[in-house]
Design a protein around this ligand. Structure first.
Ligand code: ADP
Ligand code: F6P
Length: 448
């Protein structure tokens, strides 16, 4: 069997091998445990650059994976990552066309960086390689590789939602973008909705390509183990002591408008207003590490969340109780797993999400004798697989408030019954099965 060549913008090794807050790196790292693998992407560094600047590829071997990364210039980082990927494609794919800041010159930089990735990857390729490209930063990379003569099997997986064509066409040259996807032998998306939307788009613009569903998962065994083992960690003990036996609600998300954090805070505020019996008797920890902090919409969201948390704590807090504990920095994954285990309720209420691994991690981390309750948005990609959670429309603060009350007063029998229905799928659809199914489809579509 030849090598697997993974290409993504974000590469975990580029972050000094700290945990990455982001589903792509977390799931892929869990999936690539065996076989020889090259993982190519951005180093996470920006450099000054100049006309004709040509980045060097840095190689770093960790176990079975060789990481190959390149730096981007400030201009590339700005146009490719901040503006086109995260200021245009991200909002559009999350059904928020109104937040899109389109500028034709960023599209050119996006294309150029994709061509740069192709040029830098080409000399690293070997006969027998299968290439697997990830996410919206790199839609046209397959075509750029084909233009350089690459004949290897190339697959593409989109980790985020794909909207209906009626929305997608708000992107100038969206048809051209879809056309480049004919370069792929296999195209994978997270949900049936995403596949339907993308395939409608393909047929409207006359592209012969077909998206298929490959739902992503976690490494449940490892996560459950971490959750249990971490209980003896001094920081986890400290958190437990600080709760003084009060029930505990947790939220864990990148600080991103797609995660519905502001609506969630409003839901919690409504809960405290409408169910005063819980005031002072419950704790809520929201971990929301800053993400894409230089994109204007993300900066604005952070200000809004700071204000909302301050308002809620100021209004409902007392000298010995803080309604929201709100952190904007990451927490080590081993601790996070045990935090989930301690939590009686998880609030996972995105306005739109590709899959949402946090929902699956929370289920995997529970103690089966006494599991907590997952409150889940209808608009998470995980929703169709996890309907035994307490499902909510995150736009309705009263629905979140009612769900919180219901979760906190739910009898143990119902908690167990719901968890018993959620758990098998978390173990059945994992990061490993996701990668295996995709790679098998790729090998069948075009043998290397
Ligand atoms: P996204 O890919 O949009 O960030 P997901 O929920 O699919 O959303 O994946 C997020 C991943 O990042 C999860 O594995 C989660 O545990 C991890 N993560 C999120 N927030 C933090 C944090 N504060 N500290 C550490 N890991 C985090
Ligand atoms: O999982 C979706 C995703 O957009 C990944 O592509 C990305 O790596 C992750 O979220 C975190 O975002 P970023 O790489 O911009 O920090």
């Amino acid at each position: 069997m030849g090598r697997l060549v993974v290409v993504s913008n974000r590469v975990p090794a580029a972050q000094g091998r700290l945990q990455s807050a982001g589903g792509l790196a977390v799931a892929l790292r869990a999936a690539l445990k065996e076989g020889s693998c090259l993982w190519f992407g951005w180093s996470g560094r920006q450099v000054a650059g100049h006309d004709g600047y040509d980045p060097e590829v840095s190689l770093d071997e960790v176990g079975n994976v060789t990481y190959a990364t390149i730096d981007l210039t400030h201009a590339e980082y700005d146009g490719f990552y901040q503006k086109y990927s995260n200021g245009i494609l991200w909002p559009l794919c999350h059904y928020r066309a109104g937040l899109m800041n389109y500028d034709r010159k960023d599209q050119k930089i996006y294309q150029d960086v994709n061509a740069l990735f192709a040029r830098k990857l080409l000399p690293l390729l070997q006969p027998g390689d299968r290439i697997w490209i990830h996410d919206y930063h790199l839609f046209p990379l397959g075509q750029a590789l084909r233009d350089l003569g690459v004949t290897a099997p190339i697959g593409f997986f989109l980790h985020i939602p794909f909207p209906p064509w009626s929305l997608m066409r708000a992107l100038p040259h969206a048809d051209g973008l879809l056309r480049t996807m004919q370069a792929y032998d296999v195209i994978g998306v997270q949900t049936e909705d995403d596949a339907r939307n993308m395939n409608d788009g393909f047929s409207i613009v006359g592209v012969e390509a077909k998206a298929r569903v490959f739902p992503i998962g976690i490494d449940p065994e490892n996560f459950a183990k971490q959750a249990e083992e971490g209980l003896t960690h001094p920081d986890v003990k400290k958190l437990k002591e600080s709760l003084s036996g009060k029930p505990f609600i947790i939220g864990v998300d990148r600080l991103d408008y797609s995660k519905g954090l502001l609506a969630r805070f409003k839901g919690y505020e409504t809960f405290l207003a409408r169910y005063p019996e819980h005031r002072g008797k419950v704790d809520y920890l929201q971990v929301a590490p800053v993400s894409r902090g230089n994109v204007p919409e993300y900066r604005a969201l952070r200000r809004d969340l700071d204000e909302a948390a301050g308002r809620i704590n100021g209004t409902y807090g007392t000298y010995d109780w803080t309604p929201i504990r709100y952190l904007t920095h990451p927490v080590p994954r081993a601790l996070l797993a045990s935090f989930y285990r301690l939590a009686d309720v998880a609030l996972v209420t995105p306005l739109r999400d590709g899959m949402n691994l946090v929902a699956k991690e929370y289920v995997a981390a529970q103690d089966k004798a006494d599991p907590g309750v997952l409150i889940l948005s209808h608009f998470a990609g995980a929703a169709p697989e996890m309907e035994s959670a307490l499902m909510v429309n995150p736009h309705d603060a009263d629905e979140i408030a009612d769900a919180l009350h219901k979760a906190l007063t739910m009898p143990a029998g119902e908690r167990r019954a719901r968890w018993d229905l959620l758990e098998p799928d978390v173990w059945r659809v994992t990061a490993v099965t996701w990668a295996y199914n995709f790679i098998t489809a790729l090998s069948e579509a075009r043998p290397a």
